[in-house]
Design a protein around this ligand. Structure first.
Ligand code: GS8
Length: 219
């Protein structure tokens, strides 16, 4: 049976990018539907009635929600190509731990930088740098978080890097000066077709973030 795969997404969403990278890694063709989050489609409301958020993968009519859950589903269903999670149970648990860390720690800092001003923004920026340094420490001297090959943690984290330039513009700091090894890792990930074709242009993301900021902050 031909698989019907639909992705409900929104282009600047790092959560959606995770799913797009996973689908590209597996070579799966799918229909991409960019949602208007101010006026959500009936399909999105029907497929994710609990959170009403993107991304949602609709596989043969059945919805799968929450980006990390979707990526794990993709890895399990299309298990013949490019394994994303390691097969060893301990390594899998470690990979889930770090993916969860990116989930819990990065977006709140990013949000604090684009919605905050003055001291509040400084605090978010400081926390953001601390989180990046923790991740840089975990990367160590490995080429990828997964070791020699690109995997679940890389895929969970790299989408946020398309927001780095916007954060640097807003926070007036250099991520490369703070975390040079991490920036080397971003460049390595960008050499992968699945990542390069998924991550949007950082200037386009920056324009989007500046518009988003206007909703929260009167400059
Ligand atoms: C987060 C998805 C999310 O925040 C995941 O999939 O991993 N934990 C979830 N989606 C946002 C867009 S990206 O910031 C969303 O759909 N927001 C719509 C809304 O809140 O109404």
């Amino acid at each position: 049976m031909a698989e019907e795969v639909i992705l409900l997404d929104f282009w600047p969403s790092p959560f959606g990018m995770r799913v797009r990278i996973a689908l590209a890694e597996k070579g799966i063709s799918y229909q991409y539907r960019d949602e208007n989050l101010q006026d959500k489609s009936p399909l999105l409301l029907q497929m994710n009635p609990v959170h009403k958020k993107i991304p949602v993968l609709v596989h043969n009519g059945k919805p799968i929600c929450e980006s990390l859950n979707i990526v794990q589903y993709i890895d399990e269903f299309w298990n013949g190509k490019s394994a994303l999670l390691p097969s060893d149970p301990y390594q899998r648990a470690q990979a889930r731990f770090w993916a969860d860390y990116t989930d819990k720690m990065i977006y709140p800092c990013i949000r604090g930088i684009y919605t905050g001003k003055g001291e509040e923004q400084e605090k978010a920026k400081k926390e953001f740098i601390e989180v990046l340094k923790v991740l840089e420490g975990e990367l160590g001297d490995k080429p990828y978080f997964g070791g020699d090959s690109f995997g679940f943690v890389d895929l969970s984290f790299v989408p946020f890097c398309s927001w780095f330039y916007a954060m640097e513009e807003l926070g007036k700091f250099s991520i490369e000066a703070e975390c040079p090894k991490l920036v080397g890792w971003v460049q390595r990930c960008m050499e992968k077709e699945s990542v390069a074709k998924t991550l949007p242009d950082q200037h386009k993301v920056c324009d989007f973030v500046l518009q988003l900021r206007k909703k929260f902050v009167a400059e």
